[in-house]
Design a protein around this ligand. Structure first.
Ligand code: COA
Length: 336
């Protein structure tokens, strides 16, 4: 427990999704699958995919503009940009730098990307919290954005059915009323099972060294093992997190989980004893949008009135690494 920290306010959230819809039925044109197979195992019916020159940078930029507008802050107020992405359009420059330039955020403000896959927003919130709590920076723009569709092997029917593209953003700032909107936050990793989901960038050796063929660079996933690990870990983790925060599950209004698989979400829901109204799910329409998944679910559910503001929520996610994390947050009026 850190004492005398500067509390953090979640000032604004936003999201952006590409327009192109690809349904499960559409995927049957690519390989042997069916809407029934995909929907019963994952809860996904369709996903949104980038097209043309659109990328995670464009999606992230639009989500960030919305979050900034809601926050009531201006670009000049932003002291740092952190972007969480695991399927970026380019490894560098960082998406955060691209977004800084697009938005006209002052040129000397630090901007960097982090890779914590689908736990990315929670990792970014945790980093931002440290900077704000210490007084080092006051207002930070967090963007979580991925264009998975460009890094999938569209012949791999077990991975490519799952993912979609999207972006979510959050503006956090030093709280001026003493209330901390992050009631509790926790991040974890277990690199010893890192091969369960990976995106190799193997390249090839220098021809002067030794021959080495270039390897395909696509998302590779052992779906069954990921499922088993997460189903075993996440429900208990979320329950323990609430306990450690000195709270009871019924004191929290909503569960806003990473949208990877409806069955995993239901396992967490069951453990917490929550009714469907308390659980945010949009996986049916977007699939797994990686880092974007939690902020997209949060911002969209608030916009649609499914999540009422002036409430509390538990966010939880997991992803490649393997990483996982959770946060219990206050959702103030006006953030979306
Ligand atoms: N359509 C039809 N059949 C498919 C298929 C598809 N899209 N994908 C795989 N299959 C087949 C397999 O070839 C296999 O056939 P076989 O038994 O004849 O070999 C069979 O279905 C079972 O495959 P398996 O991979 O064991 O399926 P599964 O029940 O584990 O479901 C996932 C696959 C991917 C849906 C499931 O493992 C999952 O959701 N895992 C979690 C992944 C995740 O959350 N990743 C993101 C983390 S952030």
């Amino acid at each position: 427990m850190i004492n005398n920290i500067i509390p953090l306010k979640i000032a604004g959230v936003g999201y952006c999704i590409p327009e192109t819809v690809v349904t499960n039925d559409d995927l049957t044109k690519l390989y042997d699958t069916s809407d029934e197979w995909i929907y019963t195992r994952t809860g996904i019916k369709e996903r949104r995919l980038v097209s043309g020159n659109e990328s995670a940078v464009d999606l992230g930029y639009k989500a960030a503009e919305r979050a900034l507008e809601k926050s009531g802050l201006k670009v000049e107020d932003i002291d740092m940009v952190i972007c969480a992405s695991s399927a970026p359009p380019e490894l560098y420059p960082a998406i955060a730098c691209r977004i800084q330039a697009h938005m006209g955020i002052p040129n000397d403000v630090p901007a960097f990307d982090i890779t914590a896959a689908c736990s990315g927003l929670i990792y970014a919130m945790s980093i931002a919290r440290g900077f704000i709590a210490s007084g080092m920076y006051k207002s930070i723009l967090l963007v979580a954005t991925d264009n998975n569709s460009r890094l999938l092997n569209w012949e791999d029917r077990s991975a490519s059915i799952l993912f979609g593209d999207g972006a979510g953003a959050m503006v956090v700032t030093a709280s001026d009323d003493g209330v901390d909107d992050i009631i509790s936050i926790d991040i974890r990793a277990n690199g010893s099972i890192g091969d369960l989901i990976k995106l190799p960038l193997a390249g090839k050796n220098c021809p002067l060294v030794e021959a080495n063929d270039e390897q395909p660079q696509f998302i590779e996933m052992n779906g069954k093992e990921v499922y088993k690990f997460v189903a075993r870990t996440l429900p208990q983790y979320v329950e323990e997190m609430i306990e450690k925060a000195g709270m009871k599950a019924e004191e929290i209004d909503y569960l806003i989980p990473h949208q990877a698989n409806l069955r995993i979400i239901q396992a967490v829901q069951e453990r917490l004893g929550y009714s469907d109204e308390k659980v945010v799910t949009n996986i049916k329409y977007y699939g797994n949008t990686s880092a974007a998944s939690i902020p997209l679910a949060m911002a969209e559910s608030v916009e649609q009135g499914k999540v009422k503001l002036g409430s509390t929520a538990i966010l939880c996610g997991f992803g490649a690494g393997m990483t996982w994390g959770g946060a219990i947050v206050r959702l103030r009026e006006g953030i979306c």
